[in-house]
Design a protein around this ligand. Sequence first.
Ligand code: ZN
Length: 88
Amino acid sequence: MSPFAESDTQCMTHKRRVNSLIHERVHELRESEPIAFFCECSSPRCFDTVWLLAGEYESARLDAEWSVLSPGHRCVKPGRVRDLDSSP
Ligand SMILES: [Zn+2]
């Protein structure tokens, strides 16, 4: 197992954590200015920036289903699509 072989879900979680840190660091300094967050799509190579106000980010974060996404980018949700136990 390579340490770089992150699953899509882990990648999303990682970028989400980075966004939380960005928010923690700057939301008090830049309440009325947009902040650059990372796109949380499932591509590990995507580091697009999405500009949001701190308040927009905070209210959106209350919804667990919500992700920061660049236009046209998709977030593949961790679901029960693959049931490993059922494979032969
Ligand atoms: Zn993206």
